[in-house]
Design a protein around this ligand. Structure first.
Ligand code: ADP
Ligand code: MG
Length: 267
């Protein structure tokens, strides 16, 4: 079976906004964000991407979603080259992107409205997702009336409403406090498992990466390349709260710290 998501030899360069002196100096007119990135995510798999800030993680996600194009190489979803946004690929960001003038239910139904789904069917789908994301009592509230964690749960419900096959998530929980984050990780882990979705998850939280994923891909400094791939062979991918408490968790954090050269920073 074709992988759900595949990056094949992907390089991305951006124009380097040079000032006059640097231009005269003959400095590189391009910034290479990522170089020669290859990886696959198969059906139902959850893969995390970690790496130093500025190494090109968001750039990769943008190319996966079709919002941006590689300079070289290709991205495929279900064997088809990504050339524009694909309705089967959903995006979730740190900022929840809820529409402030719509209630939570109306936000959850937004994508379905765009797809032209009838009102009664939308209602059935939003009821189920609001329940799954524990927001039933807040269906009629507006985003500003909810806590950050609840808003991210609403964003998750909205992302799932259009029934995507691939979820791309760019540090969706990084603005939340530590405990709220754990609760949302639990919601997400369980939901991904139950629905069998395929996901690529960017985070700078190493424990989060291990708790939620089947595999962790480690990137180098810019130009970002994948320098290591770690298989998380622990039980409980659908139950991150339990996985966090697993004795095997302990071995992974130092391994990732060393791959990111964080362990070199002690005296
Ligand atoms: P990360 O998400 O890993 O922190 P990004 O993918 O946001 O990193 O950025 C990688 C590099 O590409 C950075 O050096 C950034 O400045 C550069 N970059 C990202 N987007 C653009 C853009 N639209 N134009 C120019 N440079 C960009
Ligand atoms: Mg980023």
């Amino acid at each position: 079976m074709a992988p759900r998501l595949e990056f094949r030899n992907v390089t991305k360069r951006f124009p380097n906004k040079l000032n006059g002196a640097a231009k005269l100096d003959g400095a590189d007119p391009f910034i290479t964000a990522v170089r020669g990135v290859n990886f696959r995510v198969s059906d139902g798999e959850v893969v995390s991407l970690i790496g130093p800030s500025g190494c090109g993680k968001s750039t990769l996600l943008n190319m996966g979603s079709g919002l941006d194009r590689p300079s070289d190489g290709e991205v495929f979803v279900d064997g088809e080259r990504v050339e524009k946004p694909n309705p089967h690929v959903a995006f979730m960001l740190q900022k929840d992107l809820l529409l402030p003038w719509r209630t939570i239910r109306e936000n959850v139904e937004f994508g379905l409205e765009i797809q032209g789904i009838a009102a009664d069917e939308r209602r059935v789908r939003s009821d189920e997702l609001l329940r799954k994301c524990r927001l039933t009592d807040f269906a009629g509230h507006y985003p500003h009336q909810l806590s950050g964690g609840m808003r991210q749960r609403a964003a998750l419900a909205r992302t799932l409403a259009v029934n995507p096959t691939v979820l791309l998530m760019d540090e969706p929980f990084s603005a939340l406090d530590a405990q709220t984050k754990m609760i949302l990780q639990q919601d997400l882990g369980r939901t991904l498992k139950e629905t069998g979705k395929t996901a690529l998850f960017i985070t700078h939280d190493l424990v989060e990466a291990i708790a939620l994923s089947d595999r962790v891909l480690v990137m180098s400094e810019r130009p970002g390349q994948i320098v290591e791939e770690l298989t998380v062979d622990l039980p409980g991918r659908g139950d991150p709260m339990t996985r966090r408490q697993h004795s095997g968790m302990g071995q992974f954090v130092p391994k990732l710290m060393s791959l990111l050269h964080l362990s070199d920073m002690t005296h």
